[in-house]
Ligand binder design. Structure first.
Ligand code: GLU
Length: 285
């Protein structure tokens, strides 16, 4: 076990992000209840071991779409928003049910970019997280898709989870994804792509590795958005790990200090100011 991974055991406040593609059966797009149950059990066990845990979950739009029998991925914003309104409530109902089996209280927190750029909303959100965690409750976070349009949107939950980690001074962010971690190139198209175990610093070379398309088409986040998340999390003082969600038991293996996924080391930057970073995030797009 490496010394760096040993340190993971001591992390206290942890944000775990799971994407839509990791929660669904690829064949049908319907929720994979087994995976959700393993996820909830792992998170409850993490809380039992004395950690504070926040879950950032997608799936609202795809669950809502299923509920009203829309076949294709909706393009129109209002349709996506309607699907999110339907799906978010359903998603929470399922999470609440499974968390209740472990006697764990769960809360819903929906955020937009505006929540962070507005000083009052940011303070309110931070205080709410602090209270929930001190009450032993697990906050379940998603973007407030029903009211988010481009100007107030984060765009994907990779970024959102890093923002939550920064907002609440988390020490670790775990991104559960459909890939093992960071590779020098897209491993699905380049057999010579090499796996990277640790990223000490987010150099330009590393940031360029996100440019090739590596994500699935269910969620919106490819490797590019994961590297933006790494930038936010590590600058804010949190380590970040990208790990494969194919077996969600990977969460306790990571917390045991074992070598899974790619670890991005925290470099707290005293000049990093979250609202400003977010304000300029989509410039040039
Ligand atoms: N917030 C969106 C949802 O829950 C998904 C965002 C993402 O692509 O991760 O459906």
């Amino acid at each position: 076990m490496s010394e760096l991974r040993e340190l993971i055991k001591d992390k206290k406040r942890i944000v775990v992000k799971i994407g839509s593609s990791s929660l669904q059966h690829p064949e049908t797009g319907d929720l994979d209840y087994n995976k959700m149950e393993v996820l909830v059990r792992e998170l409850c066990n993490m809380i039992n071991s004395g950690k504070e845990v926040v879950l950032v979950t997608s799936g609202a739009i795809s669950v809502g779409k299923k509920a009203v029998h829309i076949k294709d991925k909706p393009e129109e914003v209002s349709v996506k928003q309607a699907c999110a309104a339907i799906g978010q409530a359903r998603l929470m109902m399922i999470y609440q049910k499974i968390f209740a089996e472990y006697n764990q209280v769960a809360a819903q927190v929906l955020l937009t970019k505006y929540t962070i750029t507005n000083a009052v909303s940011r303070r309110n959100a931070r205080n709410t997280f602090r209270e929930l965690l001190s009450l032993g409750v697990i906050p379940i976070v998603n973007e407030n898709d029903t009211i988010s349009t481009f100007e107030i949107k984060f765009g994907d939950n990779d970024t959102l989870s890093a923002i939550v980690a920064a907002l609440i001074d988390a020490d670790l962010l775990i991104l559960l994804s459909d890939i093992d971690g960071l590779y020098t190139d897209n491993p699905r198209t380049n057999p010579d792509a090499e796996f990277i175990e640790v990223v000490d610093e987010l150099t330009e070379d590393i940031m360029n590795m996100g440019k090739s398309e590596t994500g699935s088409n269910v969620g919106t986040g490819g490797m590019n958005t994961k590297l933006t998340a790494a930038k936010i999390a590590t600058n804010a003082g949190a380590d970040m790990i990208i790990a494969n969600s194919s077996d969600i038991h990977i969460l306790h293996r990571i917390m045991d200090g074992r070598n899974f996924g790619t670890l991005f080391k925290a470099h707290k930057d005293p000049n990093f100011y979250l609202p400003e970073f977010i304000e300029h995030m989509h410039e040039g797009e």
